[in-house]
Design a protein around this ligand. Sequence first.
Ligand SMILES: C[S@@+](CC[C@H](N)C(=O)[O-])C[C@H]1O[C@@H](n2cnc3c(N)ncnc32)[C@H](O)[C@@H]1O
Length: 219
Amino acid sequence: MNTLTTPPLAPLLDRLFEQDAAASPASSPPLPGLSEEREQLMRSKTGYLDFYGRLKDFPFAVSRETGALLYMLARSCGARTIVEFGTSFAISTLHLAAALRDNGGGRLITSEFEPSKVAQARKNLTEGGLIDLVEIREGDALKTLSVDLPETIDLLLLDGAKPLYPDVLSLVESRLRPGALIVADNADFYPEYRSACARPPRYMSTPFAEDVELSMRIG
Ligand SMILES: C[S@@+](CC[C@H](N)C(=O)[O-])C[C@H]1O[C@@H](n2cnc3c(N)ncnc32)[C@H](O)[C@@H]1O
């Protein structure tokens, strides 16, 4: 028994994953041709505001498997301080905050620039009984994660605009403790992250579950 698998969180996550599965941006009437554009915009360092702005009603959540992975990683490394890039409706945040609760408490800083998503995330975290552990920073993560970070960070989740993964990593890098974990979701959209950032000598990395890059800060 743990926070993740018991009420109020377990039924809430069931509902949120169902909503995520039912949402399909490619078939949405205001977004014709999206699937062709998606790959290009996902790789663009300037197109991300437009891309996520037009898709602000879609959760784009981590998979159930990645959610479980996040919970287990945060539990097993005894995480007390977590930073997340890309909150959306807070499905990943709920998994990470549940791990903090079961680790005995801590602080999770998460970042999201869409105000309606921030409101929805706050609602979900309140319903899940985890809002007390989470600070949602509204605005572009390039700004909001550039100040006032914890002295040491145990786990970083990268799940916002893919081309910004290297920039966000460099913002928090000096705070990552040796052994800290970095989970980069959908890292395949931006291969430069794999090839140029999460590499030795500073990181040990491995692709995981198809689209996740799991890295560990070495020293
Ligand atoms: C893939 S979704 C995150 C899904 C979330 N981690 C989950 O599993 O529920 C990416 C989110 O990152 C946000 N985002 C993208 N680039 C951002 C940036 N530079 N600053 C803040 N938020 C950003 C988008 O608005 C979108 O809601």
